[in-house]
Design a protein around this ligand. Sequence first.
Ligand code: PHE
Length: 358
Amino acid sequence: MSDELTALRDELEGAVQAADSLEALEDVRVRALGRRGSVTGLMKSLGRAAPEERRERGQALNLLKQAVSDAIDARKAALAEAELEHRLASERIDVTLPVRPAPEGSLHPISQTIDEVTQIFGEMGFRWAEGPDIEDDWYNFTALNIPPEHPARQEMDTFYLAGEAGSRPVLRTHTSPVQIRTMQAAPPPLRVIVPGRTYRSDHDATHSPMFHQVEGLAIGRSIHMGHLKGCLIEFCRAFFGVADLPVRFRPSHFPFTEPSAEVDIGCTREGGQLRIGAGGDWLEILGSGMVHPKVIANCGLDPEEWQGFAFGMGIERIAMLKYGIPDLRTMYDSDLRWLSHYGFRPLDMPGLIAEAAE
Ligand code: PHE
C-alpha cells in the first residue's frame, strides 16, 4: 500500500475510533465510503489510471475499503454495547425503594359513627337499608300515623318543596319513612338499620338544618319489648365502650310507636366535664318503641300477625358525645385542621375491634 493510502487509512481509522456516538460514526462512514466519500472518490479515479498501475492500486484500495469498513463495524458494535450498558445503568429501577407515602385523608366522624353503629347492629342481624331524601307527605307523615294537625307537619319545622298544598314533596324530617318502604318492599320477618340524611328548619349549636339519623326496625311474629330493650342496651354499651353503662327507658310518645320510650344513658357532669358511665345524671340519646299497629296495617301487613320495634337516633349527637365534639356546626365547616383532629383512619374502630379482640 502506498504511503498516501496508508496515511488515509490511519486517518480514517483514527476518526472511527474518535467517533463517540452512532451518529458521529455514521458521519465518518459517509465521509469515507459514501457516494462522495474519500475512499469512493479514489476508487472512481481508478478508471483513469494506467492499466499496469490499476491492478495494484485496485487491490490496495479494496484493502483500504475493507479495513475502514471493518473498523466501522467494530466501533459500531462497541458503541451499541456501551449505549446499552448506559441505558441499563441509568434506567434501573430500585425495587427495594420504599413506596412514597400517599397523601392521607381521613374519615369524617359522621361516616365513622355510621360505620360503628351499622357494625354493632350488623352483628345482631340487621341489614343496611336506604330511602330517598325527598319524600312525600304519605311516607314522611301519614303512613307513620302522624295526624294532620301534628306540629311536625308545620312549615316552621319542615322544608317543603314547591307543589300543591297537601301533596308537596318534603325533605324527610326523619329516617322513619324508610320503615314504611322496607315493610312494603319485602315480607317480614326483617331487621334493618337505616342511616341517612334528614332535614329540619333548625339552626344553632346543637341543631343543623341537615343532619343524620339512623333508624332501626325489627319485625317478626313474636318480637316484644324485651327484644327492644336487649338490643338497645347492648348497642349503648358497645358504642360507648362502657360494659356496665347504665341505660334507662323513659316512657314517651311518638305517633308511630306504642308504647314509646326514650333511651337515656348514665353520665356525670362533675366539674363541668361530661363523662359517660355510671353517675348521678342521665343523657337522652334516642327514641324508640313498639311499632304502632296502625303503621303495620298502613304497610299492608296484618298487625295481628306481625309486630316489632323501631328506634331512631341522631348520628351527630352520639358522635359529639362519644368523641367530645363541642359544636355541631363545626361538622360541616370542612376545616382541614378540624378534620385532621377529629377524623379517623379507615377501618379504625376505637373500642369495638379492640374489645372484640380481647
Ligand atoms: N323518628 C323519631 C325522631 O325523629 C325517632 C324514632 C324513630 C322514635 C323510631 C321511635 C321510633 O325523633
